[in-house]
Design a protein around this ligand. Sequence first.
Ligand code: ATP
Length: 240
Amino acid sequence: MSAQALLSVRGLSINYGHVNAVRGIDLDLAAGEITALVGANGAGKTTTLMALSGLVKKAAGAVHFDGQDISAMAPHRIVASGLVQVAEGRATLTTLTVRENLDLGAYTRRDGATARARDVDRIYSLFPRLAERATQMAGSLSGGEQQMLAIGRALMAKPRLLLLDEPSMGLAPLIVQDIFRTLKRINAEGLTIFLVEQNVKQALKLAHRAYVVESGEVVLQGRGAELLGDPRVQAAYLGH
Ligand code: ATP
């Protein structure tokens, strides 16, 4: 692939017992872009994402991040190298405050308190709701606010590539728009993003490039806008 691929995946296969959940997937994520992986329930999206984070065993395949082979790297080292997955929204630590959750996101960093405080301020400017609720327990937040906190916590780890697994899940359309608008802004500020989504329409609108997966295989790929207009995508996912 082109020299600027920040992450490349070749021949990724994952099995759960006799279930071939992912079957020989290739992906290239260009630096500075938003790439989406879309498809129906059970297509293998979450499994693919977990493999990139080192959380499931690969049956085959290689993953290179910024030129380094991370295929066999331990999950905490993958995070420390800059590949950070946003925890599921509901997985924020509910008995800690918003601010404590953000501080926890910085646990792999070795830079000082000043740099961390500056990043907390940046996250508060991205998500003013979090600033208003800084001293509230995360468990008292709405679903959308918890999703914002999960993204904020991942940003505190100083990612070079941010992975998200269905950030729109269970959220009202207006909140989804709000979160996607913020992802666009974070990307415009330079962060490369990999987004897994069942909300195909919103994901293709946002993404520069996208892959469509069915039964563990990539069946279509292209620019997000192109795929939105593709009759096969429209028939299968957009109800046209
Ligand atoms: P969803 O949006 O529902 O999470 P997905 O596209 O992310 O769907 P995966 O969760 O990756 O799909 O699942 C891919 C396939 O692997 C499915 O057939 C699923 O039933 C199967 N699977 C996922 N996790 C496991 C597991 N822990 N044990 C056995 N089979 C699993």
